[in-house]
Write a protein of this length. Structure first.
Length: 116
């Protein structure tokens, strides 16, 4: 690998890990989990690059520890955790809204069903 590329490999691995976590947290079938994993992986990678290069790009290795080839690992982990939480919450919200628009499929909520 060339100089500076190991930070992107580490960021990609971290992002993929958060994508897998999001897939387990979202639930609701394989297609939904795959979408959650892909969206979270891409979002974490993008937010990680912005966090490391833009927000903390000014800092030196002495300022930020641990620093992997220019990647501010702790800051990227925190931003990825927040990004994963936002993606999971948004996908659960959208899923619930879509479920509310679909016809009744035998799912009963407490006091929410009618008797004929």
């Amino acid at each position: 690998m060339g100089p500076g590329t190991s930070r992107f490999a580490v960021l990609g691995a971290l992002s993929l890990g958060f994508g897998v976590v999001a897939a387990f947290l979202v639930g609701r079938g394989w297609a939904h989990r795959l979408w959650a994993s892909g969206i979270t992986t891409g979002a974490c990678f993008g937010v990680g690059v912005l966090t490391s290069e833009w927000l903390f790009g000014w800092a030196t290795e002495e300022d930020l520890q641990p620093n992997i080839d220019g990647l501010s690992r702790d800051e990227v982990l925190l931003s990825s955790l927040l990004t994963t939480a936002l993606v999971v919450l948004a996908m659960r919200y959208v899923t619930r809204r879509k479920r509310g628009l679909q016809p009744h499929r035998g799912q009963h909520l407490a006091g929410g069903h009618r008797h004929a």
